[in-house]
Design a protein around this ligand. Structure first.
Ligand code: PEP
Ligand code: MG
Length: 537
């Protein structure tokens, strides 16, 4: 028996056979070619075929892990079509008279190095993506099929890191856990594990000879126990059965109220990235949607989504939720979410840069298009709108003026709209400090603890190196939440939390005592939190 230690990014117990995913070491040879034009045609065909593959992967991911998980394959399609990337490959073929495989491999190395050297954490991560698409392109050129990872036994996938294509190609019915040597809490592995509801460990320095061995993943302690002693295995089998029993018990909470023993009702809503997440919202019995990250609508497109395109999506969500609250956050791009067609300039400090409401308040046409779509959809359900990254009362007053203009335009054109609650996200320390004044302006606050923690602790939320400094329960954050709730209530606004901290079961009791009205969390966290709330004395 050998025990390895890593960091758990999703809890649970898994027992299975280890399967190490080895990156296929592709030896790409450099060979001289005589007919350059023929090689270029071969290359262009391979690009089309690769694009087809990526489209299929997107569709598969959409069904399996939803819109936010699938979005990466759209990024890959865009990277594949990138003019600089393609020109580099074609130039190498032409000038060096070499085979396409070699030209792709050299370009991949150059681009990956370039990305890796960038300061921006988001851009650094693109190094892995450019390698991923280049490997796919080389496989297509060499006529190799990237096979699905097939397994017949419960499996613990162990890898250096997992690329989105690898994760989508897995036969997930057998996968019980993911363990990787690299990756951060925000990596694809962590997101996938949360969506699949299986334990995952990162930062675990494993040995290659564990391949094929039976092992236990303890996603509470962050341990991988290889070849466990019989009594240890028996103990974990018992624990796994208890976990399963707990899961089944949670199912019984469906349809029950989210009320404390003292009779206080907490609204338990879900966070979504798009329509495909609605299935999970229904399965987990959310009372509404507390955060629809509308930027995914923009991220999926190659050009600005039109008012009608947006209207259809918002209407469909409102109708599916059938009168339950649906809070849609207006466009929050910039920082970690970049979109080419917005043509945003590169910035040294994107997290503190031109993003979210700052874009909307300067590019009013984009903002008004979204607001019109939202107000039109409000005739079909119970829509609320909230605005991200607010730092001043002036911004909120300006937003409300624009909203009034939009409503007037709709009225003048005889277009119906419903009652819409307006709220703001509290995700900057500035908004916390002026929350008393802000509360006079809006119907509700939703605390975005992801960004609020980043700006308060001065810790880049994307930087895996800072995990050890990151204290999600820092008193500064908890005091701020308390202050926002009090100020919100004094000014007549209800207050919720939609950042990841809202799903932290260790804090549920404290949030209730602070007077929180709503928690909006990933769909899979709804039932465990309902249980906790119902037990609160
Ligand atoms: C937050 O910042 O807490 C939040 C919910 O928004 P996002 O994670 O999309 O930035
Ligand atoms: Mg945020």
């Amino acid at each position: 028996m050998k025990v390895y230690h890593g960091k758990a990014v999703f809890h649970g117990i898994a027992i299975g056979q280890i399967q190490i995913l080895k990156k296929e070491e592709k030896n790409v040879f450099r060979s001289h070619i005589d007919n350059v034009e023929q090689e270029i045609t071969r290359m262009e065909r391979a690009v089309s075929e690769t694009e087809e593959q990526l489209k299929k992967l997107y569709d598969k991911a959409l069904l399996e892990v939803g819109e936010s998980g699938a979005a990466i394959f759209e990024v890959h399609q865009m990277m594949l079509q990138d003019q600089d990337y393609q020109e580099s490959i074609l130039n190498i073929i032409r000038t060096q008279q070499v085979n396409a495989e070699y030209a792709v491999a050299v370009t991949a190395d150059n681009f990956a190095n370039m990305f890796a050297m960038m300061d921006d954490a988001y851009m650094k991560e693109r190094a892995a993506d450019v390698k991923d698409i280049s490997e796919r392109l080389i496989s297509v050129l060499s006529q190799e099929d990237k096979e699905e990872v097939q397994t017949d036994m419960p499996t613990i996938i162990v890898a250096e890191d997992l690329s989105p294509s690898e994760t989508v190609q897995m036969d997930k019915s057998k996968v019980r856990s993911f363990v990787t040597r690299y990756g951060s809490s925000n990596s694809h592995t962590a997101i996938l594990a949360r969506t699949m509801n299986v334990p995952a460990l990162i930062g675990l320095a494993y040995d290659e000879d564990i391949d094929g061995m039976t092992a236990v993943v303890d996603g509470f302690k962050g341990e991988l126990i290889v070849d466990p002693d019989p009594e240890v295995l028996a103990e974990y089998e018992k624990k796994a059965a208890q976990e399963e029993e707990k899961r089944q018990l949670l199912q019984e909470l469906k349809g029950k109220e989210t009320v404390t023993l003292g009779g206080k009702e907490i609204r338990l809503y879900a966070n979504i990235g798009g329509i495909s997440d609605l299935q999970s919202v229904m399965q987990n019995d959310a009372a509404g949607i507390g955060l629809f990250r509308s930027e995914f609508l923009y991220l999926e497109k190659e050009d600005y989504p039109t008012e009608d395109e947006q209207f259809k999506v918002y209407r469909s969500v409102a109708e599916t939720m059938a009168g339950k609250k649906v809070i849609i956050r207006t466009l929050d791009i910039g920082a970690d979410k970049q979109i080419d067609y917005f043509k945003l300039e590169r910035e040294d400090n994107p997290a503190m840069g031109y993003r979210a409401i700052r874009i909307c308040l300067t590019r009013i046409d984009i903002f008004k298009t979204q607001l019109r779509a939202l107000y039109r959809a409000s005739a079909y359900g119970n829509i609320g709108i909230m605005f991200p990254m607010i730092i001043s009362v002036r911004e909120v007053k300006r937003i409300k003026e624009i909203v009034e203009e939009v409503k007037k335009e709709l009225t003048d054109n005889g277009i119906a709209y419903g009652e819409v609650e307006l709220g703001i996200m509290i995700e900057t320390p500035a908004a916390v400090m002026i929350s008393r004044q802000l509360a006079e302006e809006v119907d509700f606050f939703s605390i975005g603890t992801n960004d609020l923690t980043q700006y308060t602790l001065a810790i880049d939320r994307q930087n895996a190196k800072l995990d050890d400094f990151y204290d999600a329960h820092h008193p500064a954050i908890l005091n701020m939440i308390q202050m926002v709730i009090e100020n919100g209530h004094k000014g007549g606004a209800w207050v919720g939390i939609c950042g990841e901290l809202g799903a932290d079961l260790e804090l549920t009791d404290q949030f209730i005592e602070m007077g929180i009205d709503e928690l909006s969390v990933s769909p899979s966290c709804i039932l465990p939190i309902r249980k906790k709330i119902r037990e609160h004395v």
